[in-house]
Design a protein around this ligand. Structure first.
Ligand SMILES: Nc1ncnc2c1ncn2[C@@H]1O[C@H](COP(=O)(O)OP(=O)(O)OP(=O)(O)O)[C@@H](O)[C@H]1O
Ligand SMILES: [Mg+2]
Length: 248
C-alpha cells in the first residue's frame, strides 16, 4: 500500500544499505542441545576447573558471574548482568561482550580461561562479518591479551591494528598497564585507544577483566568519560566477589 507519508524509494535505499553490510552486526545462535540446562553446565565448568586445580569451586562469590557467562555463551536470553551504578540485576545483552570486575585474586582471569576451555570443547556458532563479508564458519573463541602486552605491542610496532580488528578479544588486567607507551616520539595510551576504537563497532566483541569496577570514579579518572561510556555499551557487567583465593 502506498502511504502518503512514505518517502519514495526509502525501502530500496534501506535494502541496499543492508546488502552492503554497512552497519554489519554479528549473528548469535542459541545452543539448542537438549542437554543444556544451567545446573548441568555449572557442573561441567566446575569439573573443567578441577582438572586445573582440585580446589576449584563455583560458590556464592562467583556463581552469578559463571552462570551468566555460561548463558551468554549459549545465547540464552535469560542472561543477566549487574547495573554498574546501582548494583541491581538487569537483563544482559547477548550482542555485547563481558566485563568481569573484582578484587585481586578473586578468580577473574581463571574465569576467562576456564570459560574459553568450555566454549572450545562445545563449539558455539557465531557469525561476525569482517570487512562486510558474512562469515558463517566462525566459532566463539577469544584470544587473551594482557593490557600491558597491548602497550608492548604498540611500543614495538607503533600500531595495534590486529587488536583493533580482531572480531573477538579478551583483555586481562585492564587498568594495570602504564598510561603512556612510546613509539618514535609518539606517546599513546594504547589500551584507551583500543577500547575507544572497538567500542564504536557493532561487529566486534570485547571481554575484559579488571580490578576497576565498571561504574567507578577510578575508572573514569584513569581512562576518561569516552572509555567509561563505551564500556557500558560494549560489555555486560559481571562481578566476582570475595577474598584473594591465592591466600586461601
Ligand atoms: N573458582 C575458583 N575456585 C578456587 N580457586 C580459584 C578459583 N578461581 C581462581 N582460583 C585460584 O585463585 C588464584 C587467582 O585467580 P585469578 O588469577 O583468576 O585471579 P584474578 O581475579 O585474575 O586476580 P588479579 O586481579 O590479581 O589478576 C588462582 O591462581 C587459583 O589458584
Ligand atoms: Mg587476573
Amino acid at each position: 500500500m502506498n502511504n502518503k507519508n512514505e518517502i519514495p524509494g526509502l525501502e530500496k535505499i534501506l535494502r541496499a544499505i543492508e546488502e552492503r553490510g554497512t552497519f554489519a552486526r554479528m549473528t548469535r545462535y542459541k545452543y539448542t542441545g537438549a542437554d543444556y540446562n544451567i545446573e548441568n553446565a555449572l557442573k561441567i565448568i566446575e569439573a573443567i576447573g578441577k582438572t586445573r586445580d582440585r580446589k576449584f569451586v563455583i560458590d556464592s562469590e562467583n556463581r552469578f558471574a559463571y552462570e551468566n557467562f555460561i548463558k551468554w555463551c549459549h545465547c540464552d536470553a535469560s542472561m543477566k548482568q549487574i547495573h554498574p551504578d546501582t548494583g541491581e540485576i538487569v537483563p544482559g545483552d547477548l550482542y555485547a561482550g563481558i566485563y568481569i570486575g573484582g578484587t585481586t585474586g578473586s578468580g577473574k582471569s581463571w574465569c576467562l580461561e576456564i570459560m574459553r576451555a568450555y566454549v572450545s570443547a562445545l563449539g558455539f556458532k557465531i557469525s561476525i562479518p569482517v570487512n562486510y563479508e558474512k562469515d558463517d564458519n566462525r566459532t566463539l573463541w577469544w584470544r587473551i591479551v594482557r593490557a600491558d602486552e597491548v602497550c608492548e605491542i604498540f611500543a614495538e610496532d607503533g600500531k595495534i591494528t590486529d587488536l583493533k580488528k580482531s572480531p573477538i578479544i579478551a583483555i586481562q588486567d585492564f587498568g594495570q598497564e602504564q598510561e603512556e607507551s612510546l613509539y618514535m616520539g609518539n606517546r599513546v595510551d594504547a589500551v584507551r585507544q583500543l577500547i575507544e576504537y572497538r567500542g564504536d563497532l557493532t561487529n566486534e566483541l570485547t571481554l575484559i577483566t579488571s580490578n576497576l569496577p565498571m561504574g567507578s570514579d577510578r575508572l573514569v579518572a584513569r581512562y576518561g568519560d569516552r572509555v567509561a561510556s563505551r564500556l557500558r555499551q560494549m560489555c555486560n557487567n559481571l562481578v566476582i566477589k570475595g577474598k584473594d583465593r591465592r591466600k586461601l
